[in-house]
Design a protein around this ligand. Structure first.
Ligand code: GLN
Length: 202
């Protein structure tokens, strides 16, 4: 686990920022809400939280953060997208032409689970986190429709990937920051400063 000298950023343009700050601080790292290029330059890893993807993709352009985030992640900075963050990090989004960050080779579909789990908590098997199921909270969640060859699927619901990783980029369709179970946060932090976490995707 990285020490207190590690600073983890949470993209703070819109969305579930405070819950991630609290979870990361429970894990013993320093946090910084990222709204400017200067904030981004100060962090060692970045979380893109839940929120409204079409709004945040617009704001990333307006705050001139899109290109600098892409450059940092391509240089090895770990990035984790939760829910909206999964959409923003994806290669593309079914039915949407707005440009994403294109940092992980997946195609996602927004609000994909329909009404039955528009908002639900379920016990999700995630072998990479150990034998105890994870209390996964879904809120108008996306799912992954296509995974590229460099992408590992760490958990699925009804055959649809909801937790994926490619090198230093991690994406979850659910919201670990809302549960008090910090295992996904710790999994993400384990990638910070590790050479073998370097991006493998093309
Ligand atoms: N449905 C939202 C979107 O498409 C994501 C929901 C969330 O992040 N909780 O942007």
């Amino acid at each position: 686990m990285p020490g207190p000298s590690v600073i983890v950023g949470i993209l703070g343009l819109q969305g579930d920022v405070v819950e991630h700050v609290a979870a990361l601080e429970r894990c013993g790292v320093e946090t910084r809400v990222v709204k400017t290029q200067e904030d981004l330059a100060a962090v060692d890893a970045l979380v893109v939280p839940g929120g409204e993807s079409t709004t945040v993709m617009r704001l990333l352009e307006r705050f001139e953060l899109r290109a600098p985030i892409i450059a940092r992640v391509k240089a090895g900075m770990p990035l984790w997208g939760t829910c909206m963050g999964m959409i923003v990090a994806a290669h593309d989004v079914a039915g949407l032409t707005q440009p994403t960050l294109d940092l992980i080779d997946i195609t996602v579909r927004r609000n994909a689970f329909g009404r039955q789990i528009a908002s639900a908590e379920m016990e999700l098997a995630i072998p990479a986190l150990g034998p105890v199921p994870f209390p996964a909270v879904f809120i108008r969640a996306p799912w992954v429709e296509r995974v590229g060859p460099t992408v590992d699927v760490l958990a699925s619901v009804d055959g649809h990937p909801v937790f994926v990783r490619s090198g230093n980029v991690v994406a979850t369709a659910f919201h670990p920051e809302l549960t008090g179970d910090d295992r996904v946060h710790r999994f993400f932090l384990s990638l910070v400063g590790r050479e073998d976490a370097q991006r493998t995707a093309a």
